[in-house]
Every structure is written in structure tokens, then in C-alpha cells.
Design a protein around this ligand. Structure first.
Ligand SMILES: NC(=O)c1ccc[n+]([C@@H]2O[C@H](COP(=O)([O-])OP(=O)(O)OC[C@H]3O[C@@H](n4cnc5c(N)ncnc54)[C@H](OP(=O)(O)O)[C@@H]3O)[C@@H](O)[C@H]2O)c1
Length: 280
């Protein structure tokens, strides 16, 4: 595989996931529908939604009317932790299929829920896959210990752990753990929720390549083994710019300079009440 092929897809357990996807958190239904249509037009072939985003119906409608064959699109959705009981999870997955008008390619557990035994939730997730409610399954927001536990409990392969990953946050421990299990990392908040755009280091590197700082952050993620990214935007011009990262390459020195931006307080998404014990 050449570096460019590796940039286009991340491979895990026989599946090929388009490395760059389009995120839809905080996009209301109407905006999500409009932007998913726009993203597919631009060339995105990976769309990320969740039950919690309240936009699955519009995302599904945009995919259905896009003219892009369904099997060319990788669609991910996520189950909210209040639906993690056996039986409840499968019904929640059915609801997603109905709203999306199609089975997702990947169904994730959105956040860990210590109130329901992980064994029960993973069994229900396996069952949802066996019932054909999703093509593949995975997890989200899991630190190393929870990755290990989830993998040990699952009979079906877990493909992905979707976690925050951007230049200010090291995910070395998580990424190493995932690669040990043949899993991959999908980076959420990959342009640090907009903060990347005013970063002096990313700006300096970008100027040398004729790219903006967000494009540098996205390229940095995709140049790492087993890492994909799902930037979100409510604007066509931004969605287009975020997709325009396949015609340049960061040097080893650029990569090292960006890795050096990680800092202990660099995490942006850390909800009180349900965030797990992250790796330090
Ligand atoms: N699993 C989870 O728990 C979880 C948690 C968070 C997010 N996610 C997923 O990951 C996706 C991305 O993460 P995110 O939405 O938190 O953050 P993000 O993609 O890092 O940042 C989105 C922000 O950056 C701005 N932006 C994007 N591209 C830009 C550009 N080219 N120029 C200037 N500004 C730009 C957007 O503003 P404009 O709209 O103005 O472009 C928006 O304010 C989500 O949409 C969701 O699908 C998952």
C-alpha cells in the first residue's frame, strides 16, 4: 500500500473505512441534511451521526437522495448510554435503522456507562450485529482499560474506538492499545473545535505547504497508522477545504513539531458526570 492509499482508507478486520469523514454533531436536522448532501457532492464517503445528535432522519434522507450508491458510503451512528440494557439496545438500533432508512455500516456505544455491566451491553451490541441491524460494531470514548475489557467480552470484532484526537491531546496509549487489537482510531474534534485555525505552529507549517492550519491538523492525523478523522462544518467552503488534504505531505519534522503541541490540559471534551477515567 502506498502512502496515498493509506491516507484514503483505514483498514480494520477486513473493512475499509474512508479515512476522512464528515461529522454532524451540533448540526440541527435541517443543517445536517444540507451539509451531508454537500459533503457527498464534495467527495466525502464517510458520514458520522448519533442518536443523540437528533439528526439521523435528515442524514438518512440526504444519503438516500444523493444519487451516491449506498455501498459507496460508510455511515456510522451511535447508541446513547441510556439504551445499553440487553433488549433496549437492540430496539434503539432498530430505531436508528428506521430513521436512517438504511443499516449503518458501524454502530458505536457512544460513551461508557458504568451502571450497566459491560458484558451485557457488549452482548446486546453483538446481537444487534447478528440481527443485521448494523454491518459492524465498535466503541467510543474508551480509554485503554475499557478497550481491553470490551475486546475480551466481544465475540464479533470491534472495529473502531472513536475518541477526541487533535494536536493538543496525546492519544498515544489509546492508539497503541487499539493497534494491538487490530482496531483503528476515529478522531473526533480533529480541528480542536476550531482552535487549530489560530495555532501559530500549524499556521507556520501550513504556510510552507500552501494549506490552512486545520488542513495541517487533519493531514497530521491521517498520516498516522490506523487513524481517521471526522471534521464537522456548517459551511460548504469549510467542508471543501477540510477535504482538500490529499495533495501534500507533512515531513517527519512537521509531524514531530505537531506531536510536540500535546499538553496535559489539552482535552476539550470531558463531560462531568459521565466521562471515564482517561489514560494519563
Ligand atoms: N463520539 C463522541 O463522543 C463525539 C464527540 C464529539 C464529536 N464527535 C464527532 O466528531 C465530529 C467532529 O468533532 P467536533 O464537531 O466536536 O469538532 P471539530 O470538527 O474539530 O470542529 C468543528 C468546528 O470547527 C469549525 N471548522 C471546521 N472546519 C473549518 C474550517 N475549514 N475553517 C474554519 N473553521 C472550521 C466549525 O465551524 P463552521 O461550522 O463555521 O465551519 C466548527 O465550529 C462531530 O461533528 C461528531 O460527528 C463525536
Amino acid at each position: 500500500m502506498t502512502m496515498e492509499d493509506a491516507m484514503l482508507y483505514v483498514e480494520t478486520h477486513g473493512a475499509r473505512i474512508p479515512a476522512l469523514g464528515f461529522g454532524t454533531f451540533r448540526l440541527d436536522g435541517r443543517t445536517a441534511g444540507r451539509m451531508v448532501a454537500c459533503a457527498l457532492e464534495i467527495g466525502y464517503r464517510h458520514i458520522d451521526t448519533a442518536q443523540m445528535y437528533g439528526n439521523e432522519a435528515e442524514v438518512g434522507a440526504a444519503i438516500a437522495s444523493s444519487g451516491v450508491p449506498r455501498d459507496e458510503i460508510w455511515l456510522t451512528t451511535k447508541i446513547w448510554p441510556d439504551s445499553f440494557r440487553d433488549g433496549v439496545l437492540q430496539r434503539a438500533a432498530e430505531t436508528s435503522v428506521r430513521r436512517l432508512r438504511t443499516e449503518p455500516d458501524l454502530l458505536l456505544l457512544h460513551w461508557p456507562n458504568p451502571e450497566v455491566p459491560l458484558r451485557e451491553t457488549i452482548r446486546a451490541l453483538n446481537d444487534a450485529k447478528r440481527q443485521g441491524l448494523t454491518r459492524h460494531i465498535g466503541i467510543s470514548n474508551c480509554p485503554s482499560a475499557l478497550i481491553r475489557e470490551s475486546v475480551a467480552l466481544s465475540e464479533e470484532p470491534l472495529l473502531v474506538n472513536q475518541v477526541e484526537y487533535q494536536p493538543y491531546l496525546s492519544q498515544r496509549a489509546v492508539l497503541e492499545e487499539l493497534l494491538r487489537h487490530g482496531m483503528v482510531l476515529t478522531a473526533y474534534s480533529p480541528v480542536a473545535q476550531g482552535k487549530a485555525f489560530s495555532d501559530p505552529t500549524l499556521t507556520r507549517i501550513g504556510e510552507r505547504h500552501g494549506k490552512n492550519p486545520g488542513q495541517v491538523a487533519l493531514r497530521w492525523l491521517l498520516q498516522q497508522d490506523g487513524v481517521g478523522a471526522i471534521p464537522r462544518s456548517s459551511r460548504e467552503a469549510h467542508a471543501k477545504a477540510n477535504f482538500d488534504i490529499f495533495d501534500f505531505a507533512l515531513s517527519a519534522e512537521d509531524m514531530a513539531d505537531i506531536f510536540a503541541l500535546a499538553r496535559p490540559d489539552g482535552r476539550l471534551v470531558n463531560p462531568t458526570g459521565f466521562a471515564p477515567d482517561w489514560d494519563r
